[in-house]
Design a protein around this ligand. Structure first.
Ligand code: PMP
Length: 361
């Protein structure tokens, strides 16, 4: 049988494993920050109709520039953003890949403040962009001084900021973003996949887009909209950035079915985003309850919580799984990440944690 190592694969891909959060069929799945609530029935029907209306025309390629969808996304974002300043793709993963294809690549570098979203370095690898793992400070925080010093040291072509940050959950102080924009020699990408869950008072980087042509804000419908399976991510930026990613995107990358489904979902955004408050409430409940159990917990503006298990996290992860609760071991010694879902899922997670604390892992 032919193995991977028998193929003439690129040297920098040899021996690597693909991104792979376990997809296990267990009762309580809290490991990939999905929205636990299924699509409401009226939205299912609306998406079904919208997709059905496309079927007869599937002999034709879709709108390559997804203009109607981009206009809908711009209207959702507000902040005076219009369709020319928005670009859409199959998840914000693809958006970020396109950004690295356009602004990174061989001979160029991208910097991120770890721990952050694990796909950023993998997208850098895939696009031949050198990855610079910069550090976060005390308690996974990031101050303007810490960020500026590392950007100045490395002169990256692309800086990734993640706010709210995955896996820690905390949103960035806008002063950090402003300071990085001041010193970064290239593009600054603020990954706001979880923006809709942010606690009151948190400011989106969308607000400063008009002043910064090299700022890109990436968003997704995977989390707050509960549309992860639909695969729709997008960016907001100066229209020149959109022109840049159009140089590297595959023609017709976004299927007619995806565009129609996403537009129907956006038209029902009130019903879909109705879950955000309920999920944020469970997120706050998890933070409070874990702290009450004397565990260290990072502040969260997202739909997940990073917490210290008080022992080996891989043992605790297994002990939770044995009780039917799947959380995420992000490879941070002593810490686990749990997604906030329904009240019943929180109950099951907390009961499983209690059992671990009672019996030891
Ligand atoms: N950014 C961050 C910080 C994420 O956590 C995720 C999903 N886990 C993504 C981007 C990608 O999401 P999608 O491709 O589904 O839009």
């Amino acid at each position: 049988m032919t193995g991977l190592s028998d193929l003439p694969i690129r040297d920098d891909l040899r021996g690597l494993s693909p991104y792979g959060a376990p997809q296990l069929d267990v009762p309580v799945r809290l490991n990939t920050n999905e929205n636990s609530y299924p699509m409401p029935e009226p939205v299912v029907e609306a998406i079904g109709k919208a997709v059905a209306a496309e079927l007869r025309d599937l002999n034709r390629y879709p709108d390559r520039d997804a203009l109607a969808l981009r206009a809908d996304l711009a209207a959702y974002l507000g902040h005076g953003i219009d369709a020319e300043g928005v670009w859409a793709a199959n998840g914000s993963n693809e958006i970020q890949q396109q950004l690295l294809q356009a602004f990174g690549g061989p001979g160029r570098s991208a910097l991120g403040f770890t721990p952050a979203y694990s796909m950023h370095p993998l997208l850098a690898l895939g696009t031949g962009t050198r990855w610079v793992p910069a550090r976060r400070g005390v308690d996974f925080g990031l101050t303007a001084d810490e960020a500026v010093a590392q950007v100045r040291e490395h002169h990256p072509d692309v800086v990734f900021l993640c706010s709210p940050n995955n896996p820690t959950g905390t949103a960035l102080d806008p002063a950090v973003i402003a300071a990085v924009l001041d010193v970064a020699p290239g593009m600054v990408v603020v990954d706001e996949a979880y923006a809709e869950f942010a606690r009151p008072g948190t400011v989106s980087a969308l607000a400063v887009l008009p002043d910064h042509p090299r700022l890109v804000v990436t968003r997704t419908m995977s989390k707050a909209f509960g549309f992860a399976g639909g695969r729709l991510g997008y960016l907001a930026a100066d229209p020149a950035v959109v022109a840049a990613v159009q140089l590297v995107r595959l023609p017709y990358h976004l299927s007619a079915l995806t565009q129609a489904a996403a537009r129907a979902a956006l038209a029902h955004r009130e019903a879909l985003l109705g879950t955000v408050a309920a999920i944020s409430q469970q997120r706050d409940r998890i933070v409070t309850e874990l702290r009450r159990r004397n565990l260290r917990v990072a502040d969260s503006d997202a739909n997940f919580v990073l917490y210290e298990v008080g022992g080996d996290q891989s043992v605790a992860w297994r002990a939770l799984l044995d009780q039917g609760v799947l959380v995420r071991d992000v490879g941070l010694p002593g810490w686990l990440r749990v997604t906030a879902g329904t009240p019943a899922e929180t109950d099951a997670f907390l009961a499983a944690m209690d059992k671990i604390q009672r019996e030891g892992t």
